[in-house]
Design a protein around this ligand. Structure first.
Ligand SMILES: [Zn+2]
Length: 355
């Protein structure tokens, strides 16, 4: 659905090296650590009104990103002042017409790709990587989803490439900061059936956006195992833990049976991937979340068990503390990766390589 936009190099250069090898290659570029930090203009920069009452914090991290369009005309917003005027127009509408305390969305992107804070404190919390601001952009999701308003109407027209690029970079930064996998990017309509937001065309671009975000969260060359029914072992167990982390219920036994295949198919369907029940490169790309000191859960257990396969002696308790961080750094150093102690895509892919 993105004919007007260039596909990222990592996909254009994708090479599958054959099912028989059990591994798939998605890129040949060298590894880097972390996505770039996009330029984000805070509420002060665009001269926002103060909120009518204090914004609330959710007490938790977001578990997803929701993509919106503003439904405003697709007129140019060529200058920075034009972009700031969009943020102000939305805030005025939300306060004066909707009666909300502040802008409903956490962030706004203009058609010229200028990224702005929406609701106050959203940028502060994003930089901290914890305790998101409660928004007002989708009923039922305001304490769990970061909302991004993309200026324009994308029912029949694609967003400008510069907007798409800014959205990709922004989503990558949010995923990195809050530990989200790229599969956790949705359209507003996925959670509110009565809206056509973010427009048919932008909605149709979300599968590609997820892949582009994954490539940007942790840029670099990656090889992934290809696992299907009948396979077994620690990589299958890691896959099962990661699927559990997404909220799907399945047994974690290291055997790839029908229940695992169903969970993979369900994941692929939700992410807009080809549904074949085989965990290959694109499935892994969207499945693995960044994990670091302070993280906990099934994905951490998976990482700890894989680190142990590669020579560590961690308790696989799903709690990422300083011992796990040290083990990650040692593993990264030994493998020539930047030793940042974060298990992101490049480190995941190395951990899943045969020791
Ligand atoms: Zn919306």
């Amino acid at each position: 659905m993105t004919p007007a936009l260039p596909r990222r190099a990592f996909l254009a250069g994708a090479v599958a090296i054959g099912v028989g090898t059990g591994f798939e290659v998605l890129s040949v570029t060298p590894a880097h650590a972390a996505p770039g930090t996009p330029e984000i203009f805070d509420c002060t920069a665009w001269n926002a009104r103060p909120p009518t009452s204090a914004v609330s914090l959710a007490g938790n991290n977001p578990n997803k990103i929701l993509v919106h369009h503003t439904d405003f005309p697709n007129t140019p917003d060529a200058t920075q002042a034009d972009s700031f005027a969009i943020a102000k127009e939305i805030q005025d509408l939300h306060i004066d017409h909707n009666g909300w305390i502040d802008s409903g969305q956490h962030f706004t992107i203009s058609r010229s790709g200028v990224i702005m804070e929406g609701r106050h404190r959203s940028l502060e919390r994003l930089k901290a990587g914890s305790n998101m601001v409660v928004g007002a952009h989708c009923p039922g999701q305001n304490s769990s989803a970061i909302g991004i308003e993309n200026n324009g109407t994308y029912m029949t027209e694609a967003p400008p490439a510069v907007l798409y690029g800014a959205l990709t970079g922004m989503c990558a930064y949010i995923c990195w900061q809050y530990g989200l996998s790229a599969s956790e990017i949705y359209g507003h309509r996925d959670f509110l059936s009565t809206t056509d937001c973010p427009g048919d065309v932008l909605y149709g671009m979300l599968p590609q956006l997820r892949l582009d975000v994954a490539a940007e969260v942790d840029p670099g060359g990656r090889v992934w195992p290809s696992l299907g029914q009948g396979t077994d072992g620690e990589n299958v167990r890691a896959l099962q833990y990661l699927l559990t982390q997404t909220g799907r219920s399945l047994g974690v036994d290291g055997d790839f049976g029908p229940a695992t295949a169903s969970a993979v198919e369900d994941f692929q369907k939700a992410a807009g991937l080809t549904v074949d029940g085989v965990a290959g490169a694109t499935t892994w790309e969207l499945l693995v979340p960044p994990r670091r000191n302070g993280s906990s859960g099934a994905a951490v257990t998976a990482a700890q068990r894989l680190l142990n396969l590669h020579g560590s002696s961690l308790t696989a308790d799903g709690v990422f503390g300083s011992l796990t961080a040290s083990a990650v750094k040692a593993f990264q150093t030994a493998g020539g990766l930047p030793a940042d102690g974060v298990v992101a895509s490049n480190t995941w892919s190395r951990l899943l390589a045969t020791p």
